[in-house]
Design a protein around this ligand. Structure first.
Ligand SMILES: CC(C)(COP(=O)(O)OP(=O)(O)OC[C@H]1O[C@@H](n2cnc3c(N)ncnc32)[C@H](O)[C@@H]1OP(=O)(O)O)[C@@H](O)C(=O)NCCC(=O)NCCS
Length: 173
């Protein structure tokens, strides 16, 4: 669990460093979203040990203190970043790869009993909704407020409602 928390904070360091100024580990630790990341990793660890009822404690604290609801069985690889956790809702069946970065108000949820799967290096912009059994491939970016109901290809950036590609082969976030 600690290894994953460290990887998440280091990923946040990389994210903030992209905006110009370098960001120390300590500074990344103090940015908002870190407590949500830690609570998420704690619930994931407890649920992985088969202690789902106990995992509801960090789950509930995350809801109360960060306005962030992540199902106890949702799984993300290392470098998962909740940039601003407020309004984030993620279904328990969602699976994400490494370096998935999520802005505020993002919903990744079930539709007709199926949930999204996200690859590695996926960025999801503020307010975006990804619903149903769609696959978001490695390096894809979902623009702010987009509604994604179809698969998004590798490295593709999508925007709008319904989401449509703006760049083919765009860079990872
Ligand atoms: C989708 C996104 C990643 C694309 O960034 P980019 O590759 O630099 O794309 P550009 O800014 O060159 O925009 C490309 C086109 O898409 C449009 N576009 C960009 N983002 C859009 C969005 N969220 N919704 C609708 N259209 C969008 C632009 O207007 C532009 O259209 P044009 O070609 O007709 O002029 C970015 O615009 C975005 O939405 N980021 C989310 C940021 C965020 O959540 N911030 C919250 C901080 S708290």
């Amino acid at each position: 669990m600690f290894r994953l928390v460290i990887s998440d904070i280091k990923a946040k360091q990389r994210l903030y460093s992209q905006y110009g100024a370098s960001c120390s580990f300590f500074r990344a630790l103090l940015t908002d979203g870190t407590s949500a990341n830690v609570l998420y990793r704690l619930q994931e660890w407890l649920s992985g040990l088969g202690l789902a009822p106990l995992a509801l404690l960090p789950h509930t604290l995350n809801k109360w203190f960060n306005g962030c609801v992540i199902g106890v069985k949702a799984r993300f690889g290392e470098g998962f970043v909740l940039i601003h956790p407020v309004g984030v809702v993620i279904n328990s069946s969602v699976r994400g790869g490494r370096e998935v970065w999520i802005e505020s108000g993002v919903v990744i949820g079930d539709n007709r009993g199926r949930s999204p799967e996200l690859g590695h290096g996926v960025f999801v912009g503020s307010g975006a909704k990804i619903i149903g059994g769609v696959r978001i491939e490695d390096g894809a970016r979902v623009g702010a407020n987009a509604v994604v109901t179809k698969d998004v290809g590798r490295g593709v950036t999508v925007v709008g409602i319904p989401a449509r590609p703006v760049h083919e082969g765009a860079r990872a976030p």
